[in-house]
Write a protein that binds this ligand. Structure first.
Ligand SMILES: *Cc1c(COP(=O)(O)O)cnc(C)c1O
Length: 354
């Protein structure tokens, strides 16, 4: 099955084989070598210095996001959350559950961030110490501009990003955009297996980390991982797969090469669908190279399209919430040969003409 959903992704044979490497005890030297190799390779994806750390957690992408927000906002801090999709709203749900002091800048799903309103909110509320937003809003494929936001944050406000569906493919200027931390996962643009996620953070932020929970405490993980230890049982097969996926990314030319590959794949999909009269929800300049949302052809339900494509070996992704009736999503992340994308477009053509 070719997965055109935004993770979990199709694995290469190389990564799949890594899942079946030998059994390991997580208290032995071999595991700590694996863990350290992954942490170093994650930092290398964006060329980050040792003032940053990659902290690994066994869990899905949301675990990394929850760990980032609960560990990195001090009890006397206040976070401004920017919402323009499902995942931005998830940041708010986390802040509410843990009663983290927060303010909101809400937008409709898919809307661009209102920068004057953002500046105004920061000017009026001097208590804001952190800002949290989603880099690539997978709800609609919108890529929020970290450069613009980072400029507004300046040195006063620490920027925390959900980079779950952009890390490994889209550009992220950590120092230029004043990014304090980014949460991400193995099984999206990095092409690993689901089960391990991580937060890349500036180490200094752990100094006054509060204790809001046990399992998501990044300070605890970081301390253990720095000292060749681990606080809990990790998903070892997924660690093996992530290490192999990171090596594969390096062999293929790193993050910029992956971005170029996705851009080419997405251009093919956009062109093919446009020829069938199917238009993208957002303009290309506003969209990620990873995923785009498309309007359903008039008179066709998502289920008809989904089931027709699945019969031919392709899984697309539905819109969420109120968008479920009007859009479908196509992601090009994962090990997807160009010939399969061409076959997908042929299948689309057949279904649309039927
Ligand atoms: C996929 C995704 C997540 C995390 O989803 P999980 O199902 O927990 O892995 C978080 N944020 C964004 C933007 C995502 O695309």
């Amino acid at each position: 099955m070719i997965l055109l959903n935004p993770g979990p992704v199709n694995l290469s044979q190389r990564v799949r084989r890594a899942l079946a490497k030998p059994d390991l005890c997580h208290r032995e030297r071999e595991f700590f070598q694996l863990q350290s190799s992954i942490r170093e390779r994650i930092l290398a994806v964006y060329g980050l210095p040792a003032s940053y750390a990659a902290v690994l957690i066994t869990g899905s992408g949301t675990a990394a996001v929850e760990a980032m927000l609960t560990t990195l906002i001090p009890t006397d801090g206040k976070v401004l959350i920017i919402e323009n999709g499902v995942y931005g709203e998830r940041l708010t749900r986390i802040a509410k559950i843990y009663q983290i002091n927060h303010a909101l800048l809400h937008h409709a799903w898919g809307a661009s961030i209102d920068l004057p309103a953002l500046r105004d909110t920061l000017r009026r509320d001097g208590g804001i110490t952190h800002m949290a937003l989603v880099h690539h809003e997978t709800t609609t494929g919108r890529l929020n501009s970290l450069t613009d936001i980072g400029d507004i944050c300046g040195d006063r406000v620490c920027l925390l990003i959900d980079a779950v569906s952009s890390f490994g493919a889209e550009a992220i200027d950590f120092s230029g955009s004043n990014i304090g931390a980014a949460a991400a996962t193995a099984n999206k643009c990095l092409h690993g297996a689901p089960g391990v996620c991580f937060v890349v953070l500036r180490r200094e932020l752990l100094a006054d980390a509060p204790k809001r929970n046990l399992y998501f405490d990044l300070a605890n993980y970081c301390q253990h991982q720095d000292q060749e230890s681990t606080p809990f049982t990790p998903s070892i097969p997924c660690f093996y797969a992530l290490e192999e996926a990171l090596k594969e990314l390096e062999d293929q030319g790193g993050r910029p090469a992956r971005q170029r590959r996705y851009r080419k794949s997405m251009a093919l999909v956009l062109g093919g669908l446009s020829a069938l009269g199917i238009e993208s929800l957002l303009r290309a300049e506003e969209s990620s190279v990873v995923l785009n949302a498309f309007r359903l052809p008039p008179g066709m339900s998502y289920d008809t399209l989904h089931d027709g494509l699945k019969e031919q070996g392709f899984v697309i992704y539905a819109g969420q919430g109120s968008l479920a009736e009007s859009i479908f999503r196509v992601s090009v992340m994962g090990e997807i040969p160009r010939t399969e994308l061409e076959r997908f477009l042929d299948a689309m053509g057949e279904i649309v003409r039927r």
